[in-house]
Design a protein around this ligand. Sequence first.
Ligand code: AMP
Length: 396
Amino acid sequence: MNILVINSGSSSLKYQLIDMPNETVKASGLIERIGAENAKITYKKGDFKTSKELLIKNHEEALNQMNGFLMDEEFGVISNKDDIKIVGHRVVHGGKTFSDTVEITEEIKSKIESLCALAPLHNPPNLKGIEVSERVFSKAKQVAVFDTAFLQSLPQKAYQYAIPKSFLEDEDIRAYGFHGTSHKYVSEKAQEFLNSKNQPSSKLISIHLGNGCSMTAIKDGKAIDHSMGFGPANGLIMGTRAGDIDQSVIFYLIDKLGYSAEKVNTILLKESGMLGLTGSNDLRDIQQKAEAGNEDCQLALEMNAYRIKKYIGAYAVALNGLDAIIFTAGIGENSALMREIVCQDMDVLGLQIDDSKNQMSSNESRDISKTISDTKILVIPTNEELEIAKQAYKLH
Ligand code: AMP
């Protein structure tokens, strides 16, 4: 069955056509700069890749252009758009309303709309993608997969903030978390991976390290704690986000140094993290400069790893044990150096990294711990699109 997975942003749209249940990616691509004269659509089928620049006025035109590629006589993969049976939409925020994947109805759309205040940059374009897709793929089932859903299992002691409880009761101010689709995917893969080696595992920590970074403690398949919060700013040091910070700094910047609240928000979300510490948010540059002796870059790597280590410690306690940690996303999958410094001196938790396994690069899920390591160290490439397709397929 052909399932089209769509991740709709304000001026971009990522797509992947996946044949389920055999999980084969038939085609994928990206439409960028929607609304501009020089919009660009790229299309990939196996090793074949093509792109074109043109005016794409809106998201509806973007989907029609995508269909042109998908149905192309020479390199297309379907003959009719009705060959697409389900469209799975990534929706960033499901609030406390959605703890699972749902088929989209008018009622569901209005609930997603009511959650726009919680994710003003993401939910509106996600909703736009849904509305356009309903018109373009009028015969397909439309399904919403929420990034927050997997994290809805957090117990109240983990998601509630210690502020007057009326803020939770009246305004739904609490931790929700993000990257849930990725954490779910890699933790299930880890489970498979460990079970296949007769090592039943139920206490996992998944570490998603990309431009955005987050960690989840997962017990028996359910998330029990998570590093992001009400918004995507909390927790780890990220590409441009500070992560955990004492609120006093915010009020000092506003009250003593005269920054506006909006500027402080921009500083913390867009000018901080690795960028603020080193001048770059690309870990490859930072690693190179650190190797060449740049002390800021060296320190930033250590700060980043130290924050991760502290969360590992906290979550190992929350889980009351630890079977495996999982590294995923751009940095987690590709940076042997970051994995190495995170896992250094962690024998207290039974973590012993195998240096040569860690250095080997691969696109496959793998165990990079020493055979004697009590706790496994896994690298599992994330695949949010496939997870969305899997969830959508369950509703077919
Ligand atoms: P993502 O948001 O998952 O695409 O991850 C983006 C981050 O992954 C950026 O900081 C990149 O610098 C980092 N990254 C990608 N490839 C590598 C690599 N080979 N080594 C180190 N970092 C990498």
